[in-house]
Design a protein around this ligand. Structure first.
Ligand code: FMN
Length: 284
C-alpha cells in the first residue's frame, strides 16, 4: 500500500489545463506520450486524452449505468491495448519490474500543445494500467498488483458530493467498461485487431475473432476486446506550463507535488498556494 496520504485539493494547474483542453477537443484532445524502454530508450506516440480518472466525460451514445459522481482527480486517462509496446514499457519500468503482481507505475511524460492559447503542457508522473477483469471480481482481482494500482491511483481520487453514502456503489470495473462504451463502434472494434506490431506474415487468429475493421459492442459481451482493452491512468507528479502568447515575455511555471504526497517536491517561491502542490515561475 502507498505510504502517502490522499491528495485532497484540486491541483492548482487543473482548471487552466481543462480550459485549454477545450480548445483542442476536450475529451478527445490529442497529446504525445513518452515512455521508456527497459534499456532506457525513449519512445513517443500520439494518443487521445479521454478525460480525468473518475470523471467520465459525457457521451450521448453511452447508455451504460454510470458510477456516482463522488470522486474527482487530476489524473489524465487514455485507452490502450494490452498487446502494445507502451503497456510493456509501463510494466517493465515500474517498481515491481514486470512481475505478474504489479500494475505498472512506469514513468511517463504527456505533452499537449494548445495553439489557441500558445501553451505547452508537460505532465510527468507514473502510469497505471487498469483492465476490467483484473480490477474487480475474478481470480486476478485481489493480487498485489491490483491492490497497488488501487492504492496508488486511489490516493489521487478526491471524495466529493455524496461520497459517504454512495462509496460502495463506485466500481472500478464499471469505470473501465464505460471508457470502452465512450469509444465509437469502430474504435471499440480495434481491440479485436490482429496483434499490434507483429509481422503481417505471421497471419491472424481468425478462430479467436481477430481481424481489422471490425466494430465493437459492450465490453461485457466482447471476450477478445476485453482481453486487450486497457485504461491507463497517469498520476501526475510534476507539471510544466509554458505560455508563449506574448512574444516579448514568454512565461514558464513548474508545479511539483510535495514530497509527503509522493512527489519530487520543489521550489515554492517562498509562498504556499494552499494545496499539496509547490509552484514556481522560472525563466522560460
Ligand atoms: C491521432 C492518433 C491518436 C491515437 N490515440 C491512441 C490512443 O489513445 N491510445 C493508443 O494506445 N494508441 C493511440 N494511437 C496509436 C499510437 O500512436 C501508436 O501507434 C500505438 O499506440 C502503438 O504504439 P506503442 O506500440 O508504442 O504502444 C493514436 C494514433 C494517432 C495518430
Amino acid at each position: 500500500m502507498s505510504p502517502h496520504p490522499t491528495v485532497i485539493s484540486q491541483a492548482p494547474w487543473k482548471k487552466t489545463f481543462e480550459e485549454h483542453l477545450q480548445h483542442i477537443g476536450g475529451p478527445s484532445a490529442e497529446f504525445y506520450l513518452a515512455t521508456v524502454t527497459p534499456d532506457s530508450q525513449p519512445r513517443v506516440r500520439c494518443c487521445i486524452h479521454r478525460g480525468f480518472w473518475a470523471q467520465l466525460p459525457e457521451n450521448k451514445h453511452n447508455q451504460l449505468p454510470k458510477n456516482p459522481a463522488i470522486y474527482q482527480s487530476d489524473c489524465p486517462v487514455f485507452t490502450d491495448d494490452a498487446r502494445m509496446e507502451k503497456t510493456y514499457h509501463i510494466f517493465a519500468t515500474g517498481k515491481g519490474k514486470g512481475s505478474r503482481e504489479q500494475s505498472g507505475g512506469g514513468p511517463v511524460e504527456a505533452v499537449y500543445w494548445v495553439k489557441d492559447t500558445m501553451t505547452q503542457w508537460r505532465i510527468r508522473g507514473k502510469a497505471w494500467v487498469v483492465a476490467a477483469d483484473d480490477v474487480e471480481g475474478g481470480e486476478e482481482a485481489q493480487n498485489s498488483g491490483t491492490v497497488t494500482v488501487k492504492a496508488e491511483v486511489g490516493r489521487y481520487m478526491r471524495p466529493v458530493g455524496d461520497h459517504e453514502t454512495k462509496n460502495s456503489e463506485w466500481s472500478w470495473k464499471n469505470e473501465v467498461e464505460n471508457h470502452y462504451e465512450n469509444l465509437s463502434p469502430g474504435m471499440r472494434g480495434s481491440f479485436k485487431n490482429p496483434p499490434p506490431g507483429h509481422p503481417v506474415s505471421e497471419g491472424k487468429d481468425t478462430q479467436a475473432g481477430e481481424d481489422l475493421g471490425q466494430k465493437g459492442g459492450h465490453l461485457a459481451d466482447e471476450d477478445l476486446a476485453r482481453k486487450n482493452f486497457r485504461v491507463v491512468v497517469i498520476t501526475p507528479e510534476e507539471v510544466e506550463r509554458v505560455d508563449l502568447s506574448d512574444p516579448a515575455k514568454a512565461r514558464r511555471w513548474i508545479y511539483t507535488l510535495a514530497e509527503e504526497f509522493g512527489g519530487p517536491g520543489g521550489n515554492t517561491d517562498g509562498k504556499s498556494n494552499g494545496t499539496e502542490w509547490n509552484e514556481t515561475e522560472t525563466w522560460p
